[in-house]
Design a protein around this ligand. Sequence first.
Ligand SMILES: [Zn+2]
Ligand SMILES: [Zn+2]
Length: 182
Amino acid sequence: MPFGHDMVHSLATAVDLVNTSPSTGGEDRLDSLDRLGEFVDRWQISGVGELGAADLGQVRALREAFHKVFTAPDQATAVIRLNTLLSETRITPRLTEHDGHSLHVHYFAPGASLGEHLAADLGVALAHLLVEGEWERLRTCSAPDCERVFVDESRNRSRVYCDSRTCGNRMHVAAYRARRRA
Ligand SMILES: [Zn+2]
Ligand SMILES: [Zn+2]
């Protein structure tokens, strides 16, 4: 995919955010301020102040909104859902250099809460993906008991599992056993 490092990082952050939700088949991995803090550290989200219960509620609501974009049945629906999310978000593009990262653009408005920050930066990254005609790369895992989302970055858009080591491996073993039984 011809996407820069920022874009790849933002998409990976969006994927991880959505996959903390029990909507993707696992446990809720964003159910406390501690876990919200871990998420911020994991993705090195800059300029985040003291976090409170309102932040947790906002980010938890946002992950469901992004989940609906990932699981849209077609591109037109994904566009409508993403536009709704963006229309509720203050966005202020700003060139910046910080923490050793080269010049890049931040989209969140000055003084934005963590939820607004993520809605702006991750929302814009997803918008670029849609503009590039890459909507199909937003996928849900094909393993029967897994609903995790991922961005298929393979050249021929052939990836079907959220993780080749876990779900991919598990499904290959199951297929092998089924063949042996046959
Ligand atoms: Zn930055
Ligand atoms: Zn999976």
